[in-house]
Each structure stands twice: as C-alpha cells, then as structure tokens.
Design a protein around this ligand. Sequence first.
Ligand SMILES: Cc1cc2nc3c(=O)[nH]c(=O)nc-3n(C[C@H](O)[C@H](O)[C@H](O)COP(=O)(O)OP(=O)(O)OC[C@H]3O[C@@H](n4cnc5c(N)ncnc54)[C@H](O)[C@@H]3O)c2cc1C
Length: 530
Amino acid sequence: MFPLFGISRSLLGFLLATRLALAQSNVTLSACKAIYAEYPSHLALDPLGPLGSETISQDSLYASTNTDYWNEGNSKNRAACAFFPGSAEEVSYAVKVLNNYTNVQYALKSGGHNPNFGFSSVNQGILISFRPNLANTTISTDHSTADVGPGSRWDEALTVLDQYGKAIVGGRLGHVGVGGYILGGGLSFLTSQYGFAADTLVNVECVTANGTIINANRTSNSDIFFAMQGGGNQFGIVTKYTLKTFDIGQVWGGTKVYAGTDHEAILAATAEFTENFTDPKAAIIVTNDFALDDLASLIVMFYFYDGPTPPAGIFDEFDKVTPISSNVSTQSYPSLLTANNAYSLSGFRYQIREGTYPNLPHDNMTAFYDYHYTSFQKQAFAYMAQSLDIQIFSFAIQPLPVALKQSSADAGGNRLGLDAANGDTIFMEYDVSWLNPTCDNLCPGYLETMVNSVKSYQQSTYGGIAPTNYKSGDISWISYNPIFPNDGMYDQQVLQSFGNSTYQQLKTIQQRQDPNGFFSQRQGGFKFST
Ligand SMILES: Cc1cc2nc3c(=O)[nH]c(=O)nc-3n(C[C@H](O)[C@H](O)[C@H](O)COP(=O)(O)OP(=O)(O)OC[C@H]3O[C@@H](n4cnc5c(N)ncnc54)[C@H](O)[C@@H]3O)c2cc1C
C-alpha cells in the first residue's frame, strides 16, 4: 500500500477504473439509444442494465440471442444491447451510429456457431443479430438462384428450397448459420460437385464501413466480392447472399458409429477413399472422439451420397467394418442436415483448431493416421486425468481429393488457394469441450499443444513426401496450407495461410475499404498483421 492523500493507490485505481467503465457504458448506452430511437421494435437493452426496463417486451429475445452460442463460453460476454435489423437500411443506420461512437465495440451474429471467443459476441458493446429479422430464403423466378438472409440456418434455407427440388451449397449440420459459414469458404457435402459455398456466390448485398449499401459481385465492387469469398468479416456486413441453386432429390446418408478399436480399418478406408475418389456425389467426415476411457472412444462417420442409394463400390472398405449403430437412410436433403444436428451438442464450452495435411501414399498415410489416433488418444486421456472437467477431445478428418479442388476451381474458386495440381489434402478439425469456466484459459492451450505435437511428428517423419495425385507445387507449403478458416482457432494465421500474393491483395482491399478500422479494430475475427 502506498498512501496518497489519505487514499490508497489501489482504491484510487479502482475508482478510476469504475469511472472509466461507467463512462464507457454511458457512451455505449447512448449509441444503443440512438438506434432505439429510430427502430424501437428492433432493439433490446440489457434487462439488467440501467435502462433495461425500457425494452422489457424484448427481454427473452435479448436473453436467447446473448446465450444461444454453440460455444457456451461466448455467453460470458454480455452485450449492452442487441439490435435485430430487418433490412440493409437498418444495418446501414447502425453502422452510421457506430461511426459516431468510435469507442463502442460491436459483434455480428448469424448462427452463433463460431466457437472462437468474441468472434460473434461482445461484452458491453452492441450485438447485431441477423436472427430473427434477416433470415429469409426466397428462390428466383427461374429457380436458378436463391436469396438468403445471413441470419438463416442451413436447414431452414434448404427446407425452403427443397420444395422446388433445389439446393444451395451449404452446411453439413443444419443448425450452422449461413452468415459466418460462407465468409469462411463453406465446405459442404456438395462441394465435390459444385465447389465451396463461397464459389457459388452470385451477389452479396452488404454495408460498407461508412454505412453505404452496395452490391458486390464479379463485375461491381468486385474487390469486396473477391475478399468475401473466404476472407472473413473484415470487408463488409452482409445483408443478403445470392447463391446458385442446384437440382436435388432424395439423398442417402446419415451417421454410423464405430468402436474406437476399429480405428485402423476405418482410417485405412479413409486414406483409400481420398486417394481413389471416383464419384463426386459421395462425401464423408470421419470424427474420432475420445471421452473418459478406451471404452468411450468412438468413431462417428458422416456419410453422404447425392442420390437415393450409392452405387456399389463407393463405401466398400467402410462396409467391411460393422458399426455399433447406424441411422443412414434415404431421405430429403434438409432432413439429413437436421438429423445431423444431433452431433451439434449445446451446453458445452468448446475450442477448435485446424490442421491441414497432405494425403500421403497409402502406407505412409495409414501409418500416420495410426500414430495420430494413438498419440492423440493418449494425450487426451492424460489431460482428462488432470482435469476431470474435460468432456471430449476429437479430431475430424475432412478429405479434399483433387476432384473436389477441381470442382471448386471450375465454379470460379475462392481465396483459400487450393489447387488440384497440388494433390489430395486433408482438413483436420480438432476439438475440445469442457463444462467449467475455470478451464477457459487452460483447455484451448491443451488442444493447441496436442495439435502441435502431432503436426511436428508428421513434418519430421513425412515432410517432403508428395501427396497422392500430386502434379506440382511447393510441397513444404501446399502440404500444410491453407488453414481452413471455418475450423481455425483465433491465434492461427488463417489469412496468411492463403499465400502471400492473396494475403497482400486482401490486405490492400481491407485497408482501402476500411481506413478507420471499423471492421478490423472493433469486432473479433481473423486479422491482418499490422
Ligand atoms: C457443429 C458445427 C458444424 C460445422 N460444420 C461446418 C461445415 O460443414 N462446413 C464448414 O465450412 N464449416 C462448418 N462449421 C464451421 C462454421 O462454418 C463456422 O464456425 C462459421 O463461422 C459459423 O457461422 P455462423 O454464422 O453460425 O457463426 P457466427 O458465430 O454467428 O459468426 C461467425 C463469424 O461470421 C461473422 N459474421 C456473421 N454474420 C455476418 C454478416 N452478416 N456479415 C459479416 N460477417 C458476419 C461474425 O463476425 C463472426 O466472426 C461448423 C461449425 C460447427 C460448430
């Protein structure tokens, strides 16, 4: 203690901090009130805040918006107010207000599925939620495109389109939001046929950093359009996506659950499926889940075929393994995505991290998968023994065979920098979930350590070996890049992983469009280095 005119320094510090916090919250409240004055039925003030009683009829919408995140940890952030715009004009108005209050932070929320803390949540700032008022889907008169509000979830949008026999390229679990998914590229069961979701964009209606409403497409505001095809949320606020539609009928798919002890056969089949990928209508995700002990290690495989039944031969290697359970059936596309929601467990705190790997020649790949499975499992159990609060560690194998990359290029491509000539790639999505907030600081670090460990093993053991179906490219770069934005952890250099040329282009566009840092400094998301 260092007495200062009778008041201790720590007390003085506390008083100053309190005054600052109050001043800050007064400024934020003024910004909230400015939006409220214009759109009273679309704004909810924090019910526990000083003016909460003014928007009492919106309390439950405020509460669900502030808490409905896939990563429960995001609910720790508490917005001063939530705004539910119903049009681009309303978003534009909010942006103009925010430009008058330059210290107020904000967040953009669509489906709330991005697990990174603060990417779509904000503490004592303004939460702009595109649900429920900007979540409609409509099909064009000739049924060739669909307009989708950023607040929609994939199963909602696809249910609307299914009645016309149409689909758009979108999420593999229906509950994921349209808004963030497309800006991160968007890997779909349909990607091997039609490209990533971002490749199928026709137009993006969005609001710029100064509040102007624009349309961005291949001929108008093409730089912003280019950036939004995988570059994230630093270029504009999307108020409407226009996407190409594709014919869809009954599809075959669902999940099969296998015992973890069958991992060798399943992982060998995965290597085979990726290298000898013959039918772009087929897709899989192989999730390896570790909970509690050996008995609770399971493999959940998501299967998909765009047709009522897959032709013989496609999944033969997997069919040699008997699952513990299966719900695979022929059904409509939206029903499949809704059923897959069973694996989007809510109520947990999550961190994910991405690891990109080359799909190696068969013997190398099965050996690597085997090492990966065993060492990841061992580390998972070790951390679980230390912290009984951890619920599940998992890694999900998402194959990107060259045919998928070629379909993406044929559809116009995106900013991720994938090239069919570079051979077959795997996007690995790593995951840890826990319950108690006390692990919020530790659990993400555990995951990072585990991923770094398997990755450095891969590099030291197999570095320099060309991926299957490789033709050209710098093996040391293409083997581990890009980092898939939709699975990226907050500290990963996602934009940098697109390659220096694309990175510099995106950075130039970002700085030109947003000279005052409206998008880059006042919300979360993957950033450019300064
Ligand atoms: C269970 C689960 C399954 C998944 N499956 C897939 C999959 O199959 N394929 C795939 O590619 N990814 C998948 N993902 C990853 C997912 O696509 C990303 O987490 C994505 O960011 C989620 O989008 P959202 O709109 O739900 O998220 P939100 O958390 O609402 O938003 C995510 C980001 O998008 C920005 N954003 C949201 N709306 C707008 C807007 N209108 N304008 C500008 N920026 C905006 C936000 O600022 C935020 O940074 C999955 C994630 C989960 C949790």
